[in-house]
Design a protein around this ligand. Structure first.
Ligand code: GLU
Length: 296
């Protein structure tokens, strides 16, 4: 952990408005940071323009504010950080850890998603190719605050992975690691759909000589069909004017046992209660993905 203060963050991709599932992640990371008297930062992960929805960043920020989730400092936009991703990538290239790969998506799919290293010794020119990071056979493990001990062997579970795509866009894995270090993030709390990305991020931190934050992966809020709430699955955005109910429902979903009467209080009272009572105990005992409350 770097620095004296604890620093948490919420890092949405601007692919649509906040929905119940993303509110849960935002609220949990906020309460966790505030209970530690730490900072809580917001970072907009806007490095994948084809997936972005115009206006979504501003909408997410307005929704956070209307729920009383006020962040420290200014919002960091990943689209302003491309030079830093290049510096990190160049240093990995200089260490001989990166190679260019010309394999297309179809081939990777045919391999079951685990890249077999076909291009690793070809020494292809960098123009128009993807840049992949060589992994090794070591087992990477970390102790998640909810999930417990989690292991992965990148060589056999993931394969060499992409840091820069053929269309020159930097990968989520590279950008997230560079920015978590840049913002001195000490505590990462996010949805468990990113659990299996974490060993890649830890490996990148090791390769780049960076600090490893503490990780906590929250269960996912599901729709009635058992799918993760997401824009792709047409999750409803959060209705304006109902913020207190959203916060109470999210606290309840996070197994914080908020009293019924708290629903009628102001959002500030609800958040104060949430900070005071924040605990991972219930989630650590039962970390199953759960259907979101009705109406979300
Ligand atoms: N931007 C990612 C998302 O919206 C989250 C990244 C992270 O928390 O590490 O799914």
């Amino acid at each position: 952990m770097s620095g004296l203060t604890s620093v948490g963050r919420f890092a949405p991709s601007p692919t649509g408005p906040l929905h119940f599932g993303s509110l849960v992640s935002a609220l949990a990371s906020f309460l966790d940071a505030r209970q530690r008297n730490g900072q809580w930062l917001v970072r907009i992960e806007d490095i994948d323009p084809p997936r972005e929805v115009p206006g979504a960043s501003d909408q997410i920020l307005r929704q956070l504010e209307s729920h009383g989730l006020c962040w420290d400092g200014s919002v960091l936009y990943q689209s302003t950080r491309l030079d830093s991703y290049k510096v990190a990538l160049d240093s990995l290239i200089d260490s001989g850890l990166v190679y260019q790969c010309q394999c297309n998506r179809q081939r990777i799919v045919s391999l079951g998603g685990i890249y077999d290293g076909l291009c690793s010794n070809l020494k292809l020119p960098s123009e128009g190719q993807a840049a992949r990071l060589r992994v090794n056979n070591a087992s990477i493990s970390f102790n998640d605050q909810i999930v417990g001990q989690y292991h992965q062997r990148l060589k056999t579970d993931i394969g060499d992975f992409v840091l820069q795509r053929r269309d020159a866009l930097y990968s989520y894995q590279l950008a997230v690691v560079v920015d978590d270090e840049y913002q001195s993030i000490s505590h990462i709390m996010r949805g468990s759909d990113l659990l299996d990305s974490t060993p890649r991020q830890i490996y990148l931190q090791q390769c780049l000589g960076m600090q490893q934050p503490e990780y906590t992966h929250l269960p996912l809020a599901l729709n009635a069909e058992g799918q993760k709430l997401s824009k792709q699955n047409l999750a409803a955005g959060l209705r304006e004017g109902d913020e207190a109910r959203h916060l109470w429902s999210a606290l309840h979903w996070l197994q914080q046992s908020p009293p019924e009467e708290l629903q009628k209080q102001s959002i500030d009272r609800i958040l104060d209660w949430g900070i005071e009572h924040w605990s991972l105990e219930g989630l650590a005992q039962n970390n199953q993905n759960t259907i979101a409350p009705e109406g979300y």
